[in-house]
Design a protein around this ligand. Sequence first.
Ligand SMILES: [Zn+2]
Length: 250
Amino acid sequence: MDKFVVKTPSASSKPKTRSHLPLPITANDRARNYPEGTFHVDDGRLFCSSCNVVVDHLRKFVVDKHLEAASHKRNAEKKDGGKQQTLKTVMNCKTVAQVEKVRICHEWIKMCTTANIPLHKSDNYLMREFLQSRVVNGGATPKCSQLRDYYLFDVYQTKRANLKEIIKNKKVALIVDELSKDEGRYVLDVMAVLLDFDELSPNGNFVAYLLDTHFLNATNNRTVSQAVVKTVHKYGIDFGDVCIFNSDNV
Ligand SMILES: [Zn+2]
């Protein structure tokens, strides 16, 4: 605007003529000029519903330019074909956007599991609304069933590999705990505490890592010892490194 003021010093002496600029258009008016679902308005600002970004609604060419952008087209495609897209991404990620989506899903699962948030909370309608409207790429978070079926196992595998590295060649105390009886089966947790003073938690307590959860039909010395041996093998723990074995009388 400054340049108009500077360039027309004589304008003040002339009676004001109508500006050549169109009358300011509101974000709502602009959104109405495009197919439903393309844009939405929040707090007087125009948002692209596919990209979750603010678009300058005052200039039509800026809005049109946004719709022509490759990044917008990718997001719009993702929004339209959400379900099929997710299935494809797991099989083989061909584009950067697909890789990014898988990364978002993995990080979402990590966040939920670390913060003790059940995955089904991702289906909560307010949670979804918040993710879609307020979080960049938040719309990429799929529903709980997809998270569980297509992404959870990958995260589990990665975490297990990390844990395997952590306890490698360390002296450990193995703790076996019978959790609860679920549908007539026994749930057995096998945990490990590192007997290494560098691994103390900030509060000075030992950290117990959950290595494995076994579902057993019965708990006796045979089934429990088999389960423990299985876990010890899975993590490559040397029997000589198991200094303490603790069970709750199972
Ligand atoms: Zn867009």
